[in-house]
Ligand binder design. Structure first.
Ligand SMILES: O=C(O)[C@H]1O[C@H](OP(=O)(O)OP(=O)(O)OC[C@H]2O[C@@H](n3ccc(=O)[nH]c3=O)[C@H](O)[C@@H]2O)[C@H](O)[C@@H](O)[C@@H]1O
Length: 478
C-alpha cells in the first residue's frame, strides 16, 4: 500500500471518527426531537384536558348555559330559587317563548271591561297576591300572575291558590322568578301591561336571622329586576304598586305610625330590605319616570293565609294540642285581607302614569307614593289567641316568654288617613270577624270538621292538604 494511501486511510480513519460521532449525535438529536415533540403533544393534550376539567368544576353554569333556553340571569343555589326555564316549561300547556305561551299570556292579560287594567301580579300564588288577582279579575281587569313557588312555606298551598286562579278565573300564573330579567323582558314584549302589582318577596320578620340572603335576593335584587324591566324594557312603562311593610317603622316610638314618621331605624333585616326598597323606588322614579306606589302592610291575615304567621301557626297548634309561645305584651294592628286587597286596587286605580320611555327619556316627574294599609286598631296577641280558642272550641297550651331580640317589634298601629284621602281606603273588618272567616276556611281546607276528637291531628302535623272541594272561594273578595 502506498504511504499516501496509508496516510490517507489513516487520516480517513482519523477524519471519519468525529463525523460518525456527529452523524450519530445528529440522528440522536432527531430521535430526541421526535420523542420530545411527541411528549409535548401528549403534554398539551393532557393540559387541555386538565383545563377543561378545571373549567367544568369551577364554572358549571357557563358550560350548561349554551344548552339552556332560559335567560342569562344568575340562578341561585338557594332553596328559594328555581330555574325559570324549567318552571316555565312546567307551567301547563304553554311552551316557553312559543306562540301558544304568548296567546295564553295575552288572553289572561286582556281586560274584559272598557278601560280595564292589564296587571302583572308578581307573587300571585302568595296570600295577598292571590286575593288581589281574584279581586282584579272579578271587576274585569286582565291579570297575569308570576310566582317562583319557593318552599318558604307549604308549596301545596301556593299550588292550590294558583290552581284556583286558573280554574275559577282563567288567570294564568307563570312559574317563574322575578330575578329572571330576560323572562320579564319577554313578558313585557308580549303584553303592554298598564300596571304591575309587585308582591313577590321574602316575607317573615324573624326568619331573616336564619336566611338573610333570601331577603336580599327577593326584596332587593328582585325588586331591582322588576323596576329595571318596567323602566327599560316595557313600552309603554307600566305604573308599579309594590308591597313595603309596617316593619319599616322599626324603633319609631310615635303612634299611630304615619307615613311622615322616621323609618331609618329598622329592627330586622326584613325591615331593612323593605326600607331599602323604598329608597330604590325613589331612584327609579327619579331617573326613569316610573310611577311607583309602596304599600306598608300591617300584619295581614285571613283565609288562604300564610302558615308561617302567628295566627295561622297558632290555629294549627291549638287543633293539634301543641304548645304555643306568646311574646309578652306584643300587640299588632292585624289587618284583614279583603280590606288590604281593596287598598291595593285603590292604589292601582290612582297610581298615575309613568312618564319615561324605553329610550331613557322622561317627559316630566311621575308619581312616587307610599301608604299605610293597616286596620287602625291594635290588638294584643293574647286576645288574638283567645278569639282563636273560642272559634276552634279548644284551649291553647300557652307559654308566655319575654319577646326575644330577633327583629320583632312590640307594637304596630297604622294611621291610614293618607290612603283614605287618596283612594278611599277604609278598613271595616274587626279581628273577631276576620278570624271567623279565617277559621271557616281553615277548617274546610284542612277538612277538620271533627277538631275536638283529635282525628285531624295527624293531618295538621304533617302539614298536608287532602283533596280539596271544588267550590273553594278565595274569601268574601271573590
Ligand atoms: O306588618 C308587617 O309588615 C309584617 O307583618 C307580619 O309580621 P308580624 O307582625 O311579626 O306577624 P306574625 O309573625 O304573625 O306575628 C304576629 C304577632 O305575634 C307575635 N308572635 C309571633 C310568633 C310567636 O311565636 N309568638 C308571638 O307572640 C309577634 O310578636 C307579633 O306581635 C308578616 O309576617 C310580615 O311579613 C309583614 O311584613
Amino acid at each position: 500500500m502506498p504511504a499516501g494511501v496509508v496516510d490517507a486511510a489513516a487520516k480517513g480513519v482519523r477524519l471519519d471518527r468525529p463525523a460518525t460521532i456527529l452523524l450519530r449525535r445528529a440522528s440522536g438529536a432527531k430521535q430526541l426531537a421526535a420523542a420530545s415533540s411527541h411528549l409535548l403533544f401528549r403534554a398539551t393534550i393532557l393540559a387541555t384536558l386538565a383545563l377543561v376539567v378545571l373549567f367544568a368544576v369551577h364554572y358549571p353554569s357557563l358550560l350548561s348555559r349554551s344548552f339552556s333556553l332560559s335567560s342569562s340571569s344568575p340562578s341561585s343555589s338557594s332553596p328559594h330559587r328555581r330555574s325559570s326555564h324549567r318552571s316555565l316549561l312546567d307551567s301547563g300547556a304553554t311552551t316557553y317563548r312559543g306562540a301558544a305561551w304568548e296567546r295564553e299570556v295575552r288572553r289572561s292579560a286582556t281586560p274584559r271591561r272598557n278601560g280595564g287594567l292589564s296587571v302583572l301580579v308578581t307573587g300571585a300564588a302568595g296570600f295577598v297576591g292571590a286575593h288581589c288577582s281574584v279581586a282584579l279579575h272579578a271587576r274585569g281587569d286582565g291579570v297575569v300572575g308570576l310566582d317562583n313557588f319557593n318552599a318558604y312555606y307549604d308549596v301545596s298551598l301556593k299550588r292550590a291558590r294558583s290552581r284556583l286562579l286558573l280554574s275559577s278565573r282563567g288567570v294564568v300564573v307563570l312559574d317563574a322568578d322575578i330575578n329572571d330579567g330576560a323572562l320579564l323582558e319577554r313578558l313585557f314584549a308580549a303584553v303592554p301591561f298598564t300596571h304591575v302589582l309587585h308582591l313577590a318577596a321574602q316575607a317573615g320578620v324573624r326568619y331573616a336571622m336564619k336566611a338573610p340572603q333570601a331577603y336580599v335576593a327577593s326584596n332587593v335584587a328582585g325588586l331591582v329586576g322588576v323596576f329595571e324591566a318596567a323602566a327599560r324594557h316595557a313600552d309603554p312603562q307600566p305604573a308599579i304598586v309594590w308591597a313595603s311593610s309596617s316593619s319599616v317603622y322599626g324603633l319609631n316610638g310615635e303612634t299611630p305610625f304615619s307615613e311622615d314618621h322616621r323609618t331609618d331605624r329598622p329592627a330586622s333585616l326584613y325591615a331593612a330590605t323593605k326600607k331599602a326598597g323604598e329608597a330604590i323606588a325613589h331612584a327609579y322614579n327619579h331617573i326613569y319616570g316610573l310611577s311607583i306606589t309602596g304599600l306598608r302592610f300591617f300584619t295581614v291575615y285571613g283565609p288562604w293565609g300564610r302558615p308561617d304567621m302567628a295566627y295561622f301557626s297558632f290555629a294549627r297548634a291549638i287543633v293539634s294540642g301543641e304548645p304555643i309561645t306568646l311574646f309578652a305584651d306584643a300587640r299588632r294592628d292585624f289587618t284583614y285581607i279583603d280590606d288590604v286587597a281593596r287598598g291595593c286596587l285603590g292604589a292601582l286605580d290612582t297610581a298615575g302614569k309613568s312618564t319615561g320611555s324605553k329610550s331613557g327619556k322622561k317627559s316630566g316627574p311621575a308619581p312616587l307614593r307610599v301608604y299605610n294599609l293597616g286596620n287602625t286598631s291594635p290588638v294584643a296577641v293574647t286576645r288574638m289567641v283567645a278569639i282563636l280558642e273560642k272559634l276552634l272550641g279548644k284551649k291553647a297550651h300557652k307559654r308566655v316568654v319575654t319577646m326575644p331580640s330577633n327583629g320583632d317589634v312590640p307594637f304596630t298601629h297604622a294611621n291610614v288617613s293618607h290612603a283614605a284621602r287618596d283612594f278611599g281606603y277604609r278598613p271595616t273588618t274587626s279581628l273577631d270577624v276576620g278570624l271567623r272567616h279565617f277559621v271557616e276556611w281553615f277548617v274546610k281546607y284542612y277538612k277538620l270538621d271533627d277538631i275536638k276528637s283529635g282525628s285531624s291531628n295527624v293531618l295538621l302535623a304533617a302539614g298536608k292538604t287532602t283533596k280539596r272541594k271544588k267550590s273553594m272561594a278565595m274569601s268574601a273578595a271573590s
